[in-house]
Design a protein around this ligand. Structure first.
Ligand code: ATP
Ligand code: MG
Length: 414
């Protein structure tokens, strides 16, 4: 019955986990809104070309991780592996370059064919933000500050570190690239196969290698910071000083890279030690060449994306959810009045659960499972006297009260 199992790397999100995800997304949305970001929801699938152009033919995502298929009309479609490509496409298709800057917040599922592990899934979820049209460090500072603010609001900031680096402008990066290729070529024999392939196409990505054998070589590699030209250094200093003046703690990591050509200047990650190998919770950077590479008007951009699963795993506690009131008809005569009362209570804002059937014991059991705080027990007899029994499910105390007082008496349980 394999067909009744969820596909490897996916699972059903329920209960606590669902509440964790909702909480992360809702905090991220609320705080992003406070910074002037407007929500955008692009389609979950796009023409494959959108990702090939933005992520580059040689990126890991495009070469190994995409869920692509031909639809019935013969179009090449891909389930989005990340959010920026779709937003860049939307920015161009909707002619948004007329109204810069644009600030976007998004949330939703992403799909990557990866080896599933803790904190690494094939369907996962992200929140993310992008600022398009701001070439100055102010945007980098704002977007990183926003990330830090969200982590603080979630109560997980103390479990994370902000690592930051500069990839410089094109001139600096190409100078660095040359030095790096020379260095790794000299040590080619010790490099992993994966990294050897990158050497010719995308040498910066070697710094990001997940192969343990590469780590030693990477540690001794020349550092980007020695190859930043004056403009790039000034940009980086402004970002660092801006963050410091806002009280944000920084750890400069000269090995932190984003592999694709259009990335420049700021690259950063909020990382944690709590999740093992899956340490990055928020990752982002500046991508000034992206929109142009997609065929749009040259527009600078900076953004980040955060893994909702990974952030949820860092939460120490969830905000408590409202406990329901259990409305329980004890006999048949009370059945329809119970529906009536449940409805009135719901319309006054109470959370009400009503079992559909069963004897009193079964219904009480359900109330317990739903973590109800109080039960309203209704019987034909009591209804005849226009009253009901209120039972506090924590203390077990109960009393008969006039129906007219019900809403008032329940307010103590809100
Ligand atoms: P990693 O180095 O862990 O593979 P990445 O560089 O591929 O991450 P990004 O593409 O920058 O990740 O995505 C941003 C964030 O999305 C990551 O920091 C992480 O929190 C989350 N994320 C990425 N891939 C997955 C996945 N397969 N499962 C769960 N979360 C993920
Ligand atoms: Mg990855």
């Amino acid at each position: 019955m394999t067909s009744l199992k969820p596909v490897r790397g996916t699972h059903d999100i329920m209960n606590e986990e669902c509440r964790g995800h909702r909480h992360v997304a809702s905090v991220a949305r609320t705080i992003s809104h406070r910074y002037g970001f407007a929500e955008i929801a692009t389609p979950v699938f796009e023409f494959s070309e959108v990702f090939r152009r933005t992520l580059g033919e040689i990126s890991d995502i495009v070469t190994k991780e995409m869920y692509s298929f031909e639809d019935r009309g013969g179009s090449e479609i891909t389930l989005r592996p990340e959010g920026t490509a779709g937003i860049a496409r939307a920015f161009i298709s909707n002619g948004m370059a007329q109204n810069l800057p644009c600030k976007f917040f998004y949330e939703g599922p992403m799909f990557r064919y990866e080896r599933p592990q803790k904190g690494r899934l094939r369907q996962f979820h992200q929140v993310g933000v992008e600022i398009l049209g701001v070439p100055t460090p102010q945007a980098d500072i704002e977007i990183i500050t926003l990330g830090a603010h969200i982590l603080r609001e979630l109560g997980v900031a103390h479990k994370t570190v902000l690592e930051i680096n500069s990839l410089g402008d094109r001139e600096s990066r190409s100078a660095y690239s040359k030095v790096l290729v020379a260095y790794f070529t000299k040590h080619r024999d010790a490099l992993s196969e994966n990294s050897c392939t990158r050497l010719g196409r995308n040498p910066l990505r070697i710094l990001d290698s997940k192969d343990k054998g590469d780590h030693e070589l990477v540690a001794d590699a020349p550092s980007m910071s020695d190859y930043l030209n004056d403009t790039s250094q000034a940009f980086f200093d402004e970002v660092l000083n801006g963050l410091k003046s806002l009280g944000i703690k920084i750890s400069v990591n000269p090995r932190l890279v984003r592999g694709l050509d259009y990335y420049c200047h700021t690259a950063f990650e909020f990382t944690t030690k709590v999740l093992g190998a899956q340490g990055a919770v928020i990752a982002g950077g500046r991508y000034d060449g992206l929109i142009e590479q997609m065929g749009g008007p040259s527009t600078p951009g900076v953004g980040w994306a955060a893994g909702i699963e990974r952030l949820s795993m860092l939460l120490s506690e969830l905000p408590s959810s409202l406990r329901p009131i259990a409305v329980i008809p004890v006999d048949k005569e009370a059945q329809s009045k119970a529906m009536n009362i449940a409805q009135t209570l719901r319309e006054s804002g109470y959370v009400v659960d009503m079992g559909y059937s069963g004897n009193l014991a079964k219904r009480m059991k359900r109330a317990d499972r739903m973590n109800a705080c109080v039960a309203v027990l209704l019987s034909g007899d009591e209804l005849g006297r226009n009253s009901a029994t209120l039972r506090d499910l924590d203390s077990g105390e109960q009393s008969e009260i006039p129906l007219d007082d019900l809403t008032d008496r329940l307010s103590a349980f809100r």
